[in-house]
Ligand binder design. Sequence first.
Ligand code: AMP
Length: 337
Amino acid sequence: MTKKPTYKIGTLGSHSALQILKGAQDEGFQSVAICEEGRVKPYESFRVADQIITVKDFSEIVDLDNQLAAENVIMIPHGSILNALELEKIGELKAPYFGNKNILAWEVDRTKQREWLANAGLTLPRIYETPESIDGPVIIKFFGAGGGKGYFLAHTPAEFERKIKAHPKKKYIIQEYIVGAPIYIHYFYSPLTNELEVMGFDKRYESNVDSIGRIAAKDQMDLGIETSYNITGNMPLVVRESLLPCIFEMGEDVIKASKAVDGRGLFGPFCLETVITPDLEFFAFEISARIVAGTNPFINGSPYTDLRYSEPMSTGRRIAREVKLAMESDQMDKVLG
Ligand code: AMP
């Protein structure tokens, strides 16, 4: 009998790495953190990394690739890898990778993303093709997983032209601004059982938009404050229970539609970013096709994973569990991309 390879689980030291590494350890894997110089402390202090590899910059992961591949380190993608490497480079990595690399192209390109979500039958905010057509509140968003940095609001073409000057040459979209309650839905889809799980929900804590309400409207005007959406943290949420059937349905429709854009489709963790209007209609404005940092409040499990598992089950741990189940049943090809 040939000996089965033993795998380690690794990720870049940022974003949701604490959770991923802890989850790997909880499932019996050796965990590997790749950290940038000067940013090692949390991974040492919280005891989540069995091995730490230090680099000057995350883009050097390309040079580590052979080593990671030789040591069977399964890389778990998160937002920081999308920031550090071009898609093409991620595609070329030889180290084992959890998830479907082909789906990344659909996440990174907002136009493709929209096509995918529209195919899934979700309700999306309107997109304005040109600045001249702006006729109501809009949010201007830049491409890539930049954490909402620099996004701005406008409601007329002139306001747009004035504000876009601060962002020369950036690729953007102009999206209808939906007034409602933002809810980020964390899912996990298992390619082994073809089952979709709801892992939890969060809302974001963004600077400065989440503190503007602490200042009187008059002061806001006097100070000439521009709203921005730079993410600083995440807060756990539970949703009104009657929304759950729709939440499951949306997730399942997204998975179905992903199989139409790329045969293997999306699997593993993903997140739908939504706003719910006062009529309780969901508008989906974005999808993240991998673990999101909004799962970080649930390192010890969420109220929802508590219902399903009799042990603390973070999304990071759920990834490691999926790898373990795939190893045990000789189906690694189903979880690696
Ligand atoms: P994103 O980077 O797409 O997650 O957006 C950053 C933040 O902007 C979100 O957390 C929301 O608060 C807000 N946002 C994004 N798109 C919309 C929209 N179409 N309508 C209302 N708020 C939005």
